[in-house]
Design a protein around this ligand. Structure first.
Ligand SMILES: NC(=O)c1ccc[n+]([C@@H]2O[C@H](COP(=O)([O-])OP(=O)(O)OC[C@H]3O[C@@H](n4cnc5c(N)ncnc54)[C@H](OP(=O)(O)O)[C@@H]3O)[C@@H](O)[C@H]2O)c1
Length: 185
């Protein structure tokens, strides 16, 4: 059974990036960001150990495409995009990164056999939520208000009831909550 999992950080006012996509406010995200709080384990490595496949939006791929060493080595990675083609991938990522044009239910069906799928990017996780495909959402709230940016959540066709799994707070002020969407029976 394939599990579709979200692990994402957001400002307290619900943004995952500034309007231009920058992450300078997100500890540890890029060179000009504040450092990760020392001595805190927010569970990223344990989360990634459950993941064999990553699906990310093209917007998120634009952020990570030049990261070396490649952070997703050993995982199947699929970029959701209607505009990107294989020819537009960095040459050294050919064979390591696939592109899928959606829709997400078609992509999900094509992932038959995957165990843990990390769904990353705001628009992308919103599309998976609208399709009723998300099994688990872990959101780490960073204690900052940005006022504007790329939203974590967006328009839904219907309410998505959530089961609260756990919440943990850290000395840094990070507050991490995990929810499981309750699927209609
Ligand atoms: N705070 C965090 O933990 C965190 C995590 C992940 C990402 N980020 C940041 O968030 C920003 C990206 O998030 P985002 O919400 O702007 O975008 P995103 O979901 O990463 O990417 C959006 C793009 O994905 C494609 N896409 C999305 N839904 C689709 C669908 N249903 N069918 C086909 N293609 C679809 C489209 O690409 P095309 O336009 O090419 O068709 C769309 O423009 C980046 O700055 C990234 O660094 C932050």
């Amino acid at each position: 059974m394939t599990a579709f999992l979200v692990y994402i950080a957001a400002s307290v006012d619900g943004f995952i990036a500034r309007p231009d996509g920058t992450l300078d406010w997100l500890p540890g995200a890029q060179p000009d960001s504040p450092p990760m709080p020392a001595g805190e384990d927010h569970g990223y490595d344990a989360f990634m150990a459950r993941v064999d496949t990553v699906v990310m939006g093209r917007g998120t791929f634009d952020t990570v495409r030049d990261y070396r060493p490649w952070p997703y080595a050993g995982k199947r990675l699929i970029v959701l995009s209607r505009t990107l083609t294989a020819a537009g991938l960095p040459p050294d990522l050919h064979g390591q990164v696939e592109v899928h044009p959606g829709p997400v239910d078609g992509l999900a069906a094509a992932l038959n056999g995957a165990q843990g799928v990390y769904v990353d990017g705001g628009q992308t996780l919103q599309a998976f939520l609208r399709a009723g495909l998300i099994d688990e959402l872990t959101i780490t709230r960073i204690p900052v208000l940005l006022g504007a940016g790329r939203p974590l959540f967006g328009v839904l066709d219907a309410d998505v009831p959530l089961r609260h799994v756990r919440t943990q707070s850290f000395p840094s002020g990070f507050v991490q909550s995990t929810y499981a969407p309750i699927r209609p029976t």
